[in-house]
Design a protein around this ligand. Structure first.
Ligand code: SAM
Length: 412
């Protein structure tokens, strides 16, 4: 029995059937695995999550009823190994799947997988209709319709297909701990023209510089948010939704640890992550405070800041390459709830921006109601703010997440 298959199955059950997040499960359970095992389990978990509809479509016609969720996931995972990884270990894959499942299901799993081995992979339909694109990309049809309405049919198609690609890992320099000269000593790494993103060779996730806070894993679109806020040394900054602190620590570095940042979040346990990040990165100007950003004007009455960052909770439709499981839980109704929360955060944080100050609103989603329409509605009600720049970053346009960033100033 290959125990890594058992771990991957346990992980997929936790994520698909018990609502856990893949990255958190892997962080928690990956410690018991070797680096090589962890890489394999990670690849299988994300591969099954990204291709869950076509995987099930491969075996669905071979059973009368879909078996209980854990057995269905075992079949999905086995099909992924047989048809997508294709390492020539077919019989070991089938035997391990049969051994993993309870006695009462062994016959079913064995029969389905052996029929699949005989039949081989069914070719997927060309993703021409929305229904076929939904099958091929494992995106719900309602989301494809929404993207079609918001961004046009061609863009909708490109975004959905881009989500099937493996997520790129981007790295940013932390100049509070790593000088550009020291970085230049590393021949296979180079700083990109924005002065923050490092082009890396190898796997930065296990690089010792990460634990030392010299570099930070941060998507290049996410880095762009802090660049748009553009804080200067000695500014006062309010970061309303700051956890886990990836942008907060970038802001501190941009300010060269001069000035002050009030980093808030609704959840105290998440603010602890901001404090850890600040410690690791040597960012000394960050104070944390638990706060509901939708009531920030009451909780911080009398205070105003040079720069306000509202990196609000969102539906996450721009980061599906990193978190494909988002699609398992999202519904049109949950989108509407989040739009209302974002509107409240904008309304109740805006008064904390000084006249002449800068307000940046950002999301990692692709949904115009959370993005440009949200900001347009805010501006209509708040003529004291002026839109200076607005950017939607799409995941099909490079190795980056989808993001929306709006930069506003408060008239003096
Ligand atoms: C997109 S994440 C922020 C990411 C963070 N800015 C970074 O770069 O690491 C959104 C955050 O908003 C927090 N949040 C959700 N509702 C909130 C509220 N009502 N007030 C303040 N924070 C909230 C969540 O806990 C989450 O940490």
């Amino acid at each position: 029995m290959n125990t890594t298959r058992k771990r991957a199955w346990q992980g997929l059950n936790a994520i698909l059937n018990e609502g856990q997040y893949a990255n958190l499960w892997l962080r928690q359970h990956g410690q018991t695995l070797s680096e090589e095992e962890k890489r394999w389990v990670t690849a299988v978990i994300y591969g099954v999550l990204r291709h869950r509809e076509p995987l099930r479509w491969q075996w669905r016609d071979l059973v009368r009823n879909v078996p209980e969720p854990s057995i269905a996931v075992l079949l999905d995972m086995s099909v992924y190994q047989l048809f997508y990884l294709n390492k020539g270990a077919e019989y070991a894959i089938v035997n391990d799947a049969v051994e993993l499942c309870p006695r009462s299901k062994k016959g079913l799993v064995n029969a389905v997988l052996r029929q699949l081995l005989r039949r081989g992979p069914k070719p997927l339909p060309e993703p021409e209709s929305i229904a076929d694109l939904a099958l091929v990309t494992s995106h719900p049809q309602w989301l494809l319709q929404l993207w079609k309405a918001h961004y046009g049919e061609e863009k909708m198609r490109r975004i959905a297909l881009a989500d099937l690609e493996e997520a790129a890992v981007s790295v940013r320099i932390n100049p509070l701990k790593l000088s550009r000269e020291a970085l230049a000593q590393r021949p296979d790494w180079a700083l990109e023209s924005n002065g923050w993103t490092i082009r890396t060779a190898g796997n930065p996730v296990s690089d010792p510089w990460l634990k030392e806070g010299k570099i930070v894993i941060q998507d290049r679109s996410s880095q762009q948010v802090a660049l748009m806020l553009d804080p200067k040394p000695n500014d006062t900054v309010f970061d309303a939704c700051s956890a886990p602190g990836t942008k907060t620590t970038q802001l501190a570095a941009m300010m060269n640890n001069e000035g002050s940042i009030l980093a808030c979040d609704l959840h105290a346990h998440r603010l602890a992550l901001v404090e850890e990040a600040a410690q690791r990165c040597g960012a000394t100007i960050i104070q944390t405070r638990t706060l509901d950003a939708a009531q920030a004007d009451q909780q911080l009455a009398g205070r105003q800041f040079d720069r306000v960052l509202l990196d609000v909770p969102c539906s996450g439709l721009g980061v599906l390459r990193h978190k494909p499981e988002i699609l398992l839980r999202l519904t049109p109704d949950s989108l509407d709830e989040i739009v209302a929360l974002q509107a409240a955060i904008l309304t109740h944080c805006a008064p904390l921006c000084k006249p002449g100050g800068t307000l940046v609103y950002s999301t990692c989603t692709l949904n115009r109601k959370e993005n440009d329409k949200q900001v347009a509605a805010f501006l209509l009600q708040h003529p004291e703010f002026e839109l200076m720049a607005e950017q939607t970053i799409f995941p099909d346009e490079g190795a980056q997440d989808g993001f929306y960033i709006a930069k506003m100033t408060r008239r003096g």
